[in-house]
Design a protein. Sequence first.
Length: 901
Amino acid sequence: MVHSFISTSGNNCGSNAQLDAGMSNVYQTPICRNIFYSSNYISSQIHIQAWGSVSPGDSVSIEMWRGSGSQDINESIVYDITDSNPSQAPDQWTRLSWDPQVTYLANPYVTNQNIFLGGNSYTMGMVLRSDSSGATQGFHIDDWIQFGIRKVQEYTLDVDCDAPENGYSAPPSAILSLYCVVTNNGYSPATIRSDSNISNLTWMDPANPMIRQDAIYVNGAGISTMVTDHDTSILIPPIAGGASIDLWVNLSIPAGADVQQLTWQLWFTDASGQNSGEKARVSAPVGVTEQYGVSLSSTTSIQAASFGPGEFGLIPFRLQNSGNRDASFNLFTTFSEDDWSALVVDENGVSVPSPVYVSRGQSINLHLNVSAASQASPGTVSFNLRATCPSCGALFGNDVLVRNIEVPIYRQLSLETDNTDLTGPANGIEKKVYISIFNTGNDDEQYDLSLTQSMWQLGANLAATQTAVLDAWDGSSIIQLNLPMPLGLASQLYTVTVTATSVDDPSVSQSITLTVDIIDTAAVRVSDEDADQSYIPGQSAQTMAFEVFNDGNSVDRFTMSFELPGGMNAEFTNLFDGKTVEILPGQSYNVSVRFSFVEGAQGQLPLGVVATSVNDPNVSYTGYATYLVGSQNWLKIIPTGLLTIDDAEPAEQWSMTVTVRNQYTTAQSVSMNLVAGESSNWLQSKISNGDRSFLLETEEERDVTVLFTVSKTTLDNLGEDTLLTNLTLWAESQTVSDAASTVLQLQLVKTGSQANGDGASSDSDSIDITSILTWIGFIVVLLIGVVIIFRILTEEVEEDDYGGWGSEGYEGSVEATYNAVAAAPTVPVAGSEYAPPKAVPDMPNVPAAMPPIAPTPTAPSPELGTAETGPPVPASGLPDGWTMEQWNVYGQMWLEQNGQA
């Protein structure tokens, strides 16, 4: 069943109904459905009477629908009357009431719960739904009554204000406030106008009215909003039915107002277009009392100004006598920080003394000249400008103007040093320059430090790249500038600039520039060398190169000298007048040092090679090399006893056996060497072939045999019955720097003599002619033997196992060819007599030559003054004991013999 009617106007159903095409077609007459416009109602209920029941699966409902009329929860509001338990007894009618708003709000998808039924339009009726499974007689329905409260345009207002029952009483310049709650008692929104006035019309000057209204209403979004108009007459936006607004009306009593009684009124009128007139009015009496008063005001905001340290400025203010009695006022200022000051001046900048007289209700414009503290810290400084009336009593005639002054961050710094012009040599001795940095700003600061230099070769650097945090106002620190004064730096003027930059504000920085004058500088350095072997005392001289560096900044020569330890001999082999060649700055020259160690030298011997500048004799440098000489006790030779040799042709070759022990922590490779010394004059000695080199494990021992050969001639011609001679046997480690030695003692016994040393005696003390002839024959034979032995030795290709005997001898015919030149150095031949007879001419006493050791690479020797006719002198210098004249004659032979030709 649809709540509808048959139209009497054809298809025109009017504004409250809608033509139903379906029903009109069935009944063949226009039928109109009644439309319920919920937006026009505050509430509505539907009432019916019913009795009976329906089968399970069936229902009878009251329904309000819109749109398609389906059971869509968003388009249909349904109430099953079974929920009201109607009577099932026949003719026992039960009254049922349904509030559709309750059912509507139960829908969880409702979006606007504050509007009745969502403000939609609905069709109403009764609906029977059945599942066709069975049926009963159903419900009997009677009545269809709809009640509703309709929204009408008429309304009334309730105004509830907090005005005192006896009215207001206040002095001039006081502000009176009236608070009211205005409620719309109607059902429709009401638009009203609020007006207020005071009976003294002079207070109602439109340019400066004494009344202000502030109204707050709730807008459509449910948000409290203030009306933008605050005049004596304001239009208040529509107030929803039953809603309220808050209204404040403020009355300011003018300064200097006379004592009087006034009436203050507030009334509300309809502004909706219905012209229904005034809706409500409120009146209150106002009494103005006599009183002193003062008012301080300023056109500036609470943040009145911004002053840096030590700055000043003017802050305008107005002094008004707000009371209704003439008075004079004292003005003084207090600040929240120390060292701030202020002076009251007029608009021309002239100081205004206190007290300041002001007539009642009058005002004067003044300025406060504020001076900031010279060390003001950043932040906000507050001040109070106070006006007091000395004749007005303690309760009246006082006012305070409070304002703030912003102190900005002031950043400044300075750099200072005692001397910005520096002079010094490039000698590698670092100079330190101390620069003082001062934070002269008003805030704690930290600074980044940077450095620029005219040439990177100067090598200037800073000890730190950032300062600590420096306190405001002359917080200080030290910047350390390091000048390495590098060796070889060219002599000229350099500049260094040190810059400090604020970490917080990189636009703030300060620089200081220093000049560095590098003067001509002499500097030298001699390399320290590593003697990575052990040395045997008495061995042939060896050569080592030391590198001399010119670390100065100009060409220089260097005088060379030694710091010689005891037991060591050394000489330079490639100097010119004891000096090096000229060495360019940054270049070097190798000086060759030939050295040897005397018999008995032992331990670690340090050699100092001293180079002294020719340009500046006060500049020198010493390079060192430490030589391990003799035994370090990592190898040990266990000696044997005295060996007596009394037969030139024994059954077994004469020999001595010693024991070599490895006392090092690892295995050692050992080579054996024999130094014959003067014993080579009497005998030949060598180390057994299998014992010349071997490997010893830790704590391992090995026997080493030394073989001796003595000629019969030697034993026959000993100058004494017995002769004691010594040889030195060396064990050299090839693994570590160590060499151990032992002395081999031998006793030679003259043929026919006893070992006890008793020599044979002659039958006669005289020397006859026969003896003399015998000696002459012996000498001739001996000379022939010497020549033969010399030739054999010069052709020998086997390793020299006999202590260097004859190693540098030369054929006698050479000397005959060059009679004017001294013979090349020679050594005695083994087997010769201990003391040749006086009848033999004395041979020239020339020093024995030592076989040279290949030196480390050196720079070319300086050009010598003597003209050379022989081959070039080796880089290691002349052989030991040779003169340049001998080299020119015999040098080529020496080179060929030593494989250097």
